[in-house]
Design a protein around this ligand. Structure first.
Ligand SMILES: C[S@@+](CC[C@H](N)C(=O)[O-])C[C@H]1O[C@@H](n2cnc3c(N)ncnc32)[C@H](O)[C@@H]1O
Length: 225
């Protein structure tokens, strides 16, 4: 997980590229169960333009494309984008794959352009205002981050805790909610909370079928102004 607060983006790109070359997330090809749930339940819009921020190997971009969204998928790591584009070809799906640094771009997200924006597991508080501004009226934003989880509690859960070992790459409790609230107040953008959750979820890995992840999730809908 990236944290722009203490890693330069050039170094970040190299680090992530190396991780993808080494096979990072090669086994995690299925889309987020949470995103699938939101789509299945009609909580997201049914179609339209979608943006997947820090898309990695494109698991969620490909899923949204398969559901009929016109997907823009952005990541800083060229290796990840290449792998995602190859998967799209193999699956007969289309997306606009873009290798771009979302943290240094002047206008990282076009204004009021997207019916749906998703950002999974990329801690980037400075992007939050841009994501809100990128939502079309009634557009939906879905953000999921790893949540800081006390070591003392980790010992009491059945399986291992998945995700980054450092709290630098996790959000604190209620941090995501506060970021959204702060950004919306500054920009004068109002929203309704459609879903929010902080806590443990089952997240099996190849090595640990009993693994858990601690996550902070929010799904909000921008009110038409
Ligand atoms: C933990 S991965 C999550 C990937 C994907 N969202 C998923 O859930 O499978 C974090 C991603 O953030 C990307 N990333 C890091 N810094 C970035 C930046 N400045 N701009 C865009 N993407 C970035 C990395 O390349 C990596 O793919």
């Amino acid at each position: 997980m990236s944290d722009h607060r203490d890693i330069s983006t050039a170094a970040d790109r190299q680090r992530w590229d190396q991780r993808y070359r080494d096979g990072a997330y090669a086994e995690r090809l299925w889309p987020s169960a949470y995103l699938q749930h939101l789509v299945d339940e009609g909580i997201t819009p049914a179609a339209g333009r979608a943006l997947d921020v820090a898309c990695g190997r494109g698991r969620n971009s490909l899923y949204l494309a398969s559901q009929g969204f016109a997907v823009d998928a952005v990541d800083v790591a060229p290796v990840a984008i290449a792998q995602a584009a190859n998967s799209a070809v193999a699956q007969g799906l289309r997306a606009r794959w873009q290798c771009r640094d979302m943290l240094t771009a002047t206008n990282p997200v076009p204004a009021q352009a997207y019916a749906l924006i998703v950002m999974f597991r990329f801690v980037a508080p400075t992007l939050i205002p841009h994501l809100l501004e990128g939502l079309a009226p009634n557009g939906v934003l879905v953000v999921e981050e790893h949540l800081q989880w006390p070591q003392s509690d980790s010992a009491s859960i059945a399986g291992p805790l998945a995700g980054p070992s450092s709290d630098r790459f996790r959000v604190a409790p209620e941090e995501l909610r506060d970021q959204l609230l702060g950004a919306s107040t500054s920009a004068g953008i109002e929203y309704d909370v459609l879903d929010q959750y902080e806590g443990l979820i089952a997240e099996a890995t190849e090595d640990h079928p009993d693994a858990n992840a601690a996550v902070s999730r929010m799904c909000i809908r921008c009110r038409s102004q």
